[in-house]
Design a protein around this ligand. Sequence first.
Ligand code: AMP
Length: 192
Amino acid sequence: MNLVLFGPPGAGKGTQSKILTEKRGLPQLSTGDMLRAAIEAGTPLGLACKALMAKGELVPDETVIRIIAERYDQPDCKNGAVFDGFPRTIAQAEALDAMLAERRRKIDLVLELKVDDAVLLSRVEARIKAGGVLRSDDTPETLAHRLGVYYRNTAPLIDFYRKQGKLKSVDGMADIQVVTRQIDDILDGVPA
Ligand code: AMP
């Protein structure tokens, strides 16, 4: 099964992807994690993306499409994957459909985590207050910018996937376990 977890920055896509990986054995393919690893490793890819990511801008479509295709061809994706933070533009979604079609696969379901902007902001503020490990783009100012980018470039995918009949929405403002249960209920209703 190939799933897309979709939603604004801070909606809980990473958290729910990790739970799906544990429960269903589908690897989490997070372009954000892959890019951060590239920055950490100091690769040319990381260097090229660092400034854009710090500002909350999208990195170029070709870059993420390439790293996703390379990752998807690893053996652990033979039964599918959870795409987390990808696709983020219509061009990426079209490239993903084409990439999967070449491999005789498809996206089965897109799970949209719906969270109000005010809740996203209060989550960032809570993380700062708690003083945990913070990402350089995890500040109220950068969140505001990332939300603008999300509404402009990424939110149009809601219609793209709705037209394909693949979109299911869940209330991402509920407690983590409640969101997980909503996702489980949807997935349990999908024919294997
Ligand atoms: P994330 O961890 O998914 O919030 O991603 C962190 C940052 O990585 C984003 O703000 C973008 O700068 C970059 N990024 C991650 N995934 C993508 C993508 N699919 N397309 C473009 N940029 C991305």
